[in-house]
Design a protein. Structure first.
Length: 250
């Protein structure tokens, strides 16, 4: 068999019902190329291998799991990438879909990596710690609406699909999990991705302050006089942030 490594945040899904639900969510939208992140013990992988006419690859950092998967699932031969997802190159030359029971200790970084790949990622179905999944899906005005909500929703529509309880995993995590799906949307017009990220991160860095005080260094005083800046960052929509990038200094 194999050992579970706490250092890699390994909690492997073992309940077939949730594997089936993830595959149903995944196949609701057609795709040709699929990357699984962190296949681990292969609970979800065996279902993905069965999908017809799909160019399938999986990225796994743990060398022990690579050996295990190649032994248990011979069809994985040539499909496994022994690497960290956060450091890997794009696995396909054309757009692809991403799926996985994402390690909770790097789940937010995984989303930033997806954003870095831009329109090459045509969909994501991922399992996260419930709190993180809710943050990604949160809308303006919510206490959980923040940096990751705005940055992801600028490029993807986010659907919170279902909860997954601790007992569905081995070993059980101490938190609830949640599965979300990301599907591309046309992003709002913005000055640049870099300006957008800077504005959003700066605005939420001091989320209890008014926007005027939080982003003071990014705008000229006459721009900051606009009543829009009386609000806190959590009240602004994705489109509001995008529009503001054109008024930033420099």
């Amino acid at each position: 068999m194999y050992t579970l490594k706490k250092s890699l945040g390994q909690h492997f899904l073992r309940d077939e019902r949730y594997c089936d639900q993830i595959v149903q969510a995944l196949t609701a939208h057609p795709f040709q190329r699929l990357l699984e992140v962190g296949p681990g013990g292969g609970a979800l992988t065996k279902h993905l291998l069965a999908l017809p006419e799909i160019d399938f690859k999986a990225v796994e950092l743990d060398e022990e799991k690579i050996g295990y998967l190649e032994k248990i699932y011979p069809a994985m031969s040539g499909k496994l990438i022994h690497h960290s997802f956060l450091d890997m190159e794009k696995p396909f030359p054309a757009p692809f879909t991403v799926v996985g029971n994402f390690p909770y200790n790097i789940s937010t970084q995984i989303l930033f990596k997806v954003l870095d790949w831009g329109d090459q990622v045509e969909a994501v179905v991922g399992m996260f710690q419930k709190e993180v999944a809710e943050r990604v899906a949160a809308g303006p005005g919510s206490k959980t609406y923040g940096v990751i909500s705005v940055l992801v929703q600028a490029f993807y529509a986010v659907d919170y699909l279902f909860d997954v309880p601790p007992e569905a995993f081995q070993p059980p995590p101490k938190v609830m999990s949640g599965v979300i799906r990301l599907l591309p949307v046309k992003p709002p017009t913005m000055r640049s991705h870099a300006a957008f990220r800077l504005l959003v991160k700066t605005a939420f860095n001091q989320r209890r302050k008014t926007l005027r005080n939080a982003v003071r260094g990014l705008f000229k005083p006459e721009i900051l006089a606009d009543p829009l800046f009386d609000q806190r960052a959590e009240r602004l929509s994705v489109a509001d942030f995008a529009a503001l990038t054109f008024k930033m200094n420099g």
